[in-house]
Write a protein of this length. Sequence first.
Length: 206
Amino acid sequence: MVSKAARVADDDKPETSMIEQLLPEVTTTYALSYLDIPSLCQLSMTSTSMMKAANDDSLWKFLYRQDFTEETNDLNPVNGWKAYYAATKAVNDVNNEFFSIIDSRAIDRMTSIWLNSDYVKCCNGSGELVSGYDAVMQKWKLCFDNSDFGSYLPRGVQTRVLTNVAWVTTLAVHISGSYSHITNVFELHNGRWLMVHHQSSSSSIP
């Protein structure tokens, strides 16, 4: 027979939510995978168990494969999959900004995403390799002043991040209908991913 004191103690225990009663693997890889990133962050602040579930490494590996690439067999992020997801998104954001700058032909925006260093390099469709920040910016200004220079639509974006270096490869469709294989390389400096190399080569194969 349960004593009155035991019943009172049980009544004082905090109730467990329905989602917390699910098996851990169901909570992390199934239910939580349907949430967007802001919702996951909000959920992690509701309770200790939800914080643990929302930061589960297997969940963030699943999200990485879902949002970026399934090529993860040889990846073992040093700081875990959540940090790797965040770094990959940050690199992709800068890469998307690069293509947005090309659309707008805004040289002032282009200067802000490159590392100001003499070892940065740019090799666009002309095949000419340009070295040094000032020379690279001058090259982009000439491109933007060219009436034939147009917008690109990136396709099949693939991103790989190491500790302080990352590169993005993509097939870009030019407004004229031509294709280019593009590789952008970034370095992490003071918390910002900055471009250090751009390589573009024309292709007749989509």
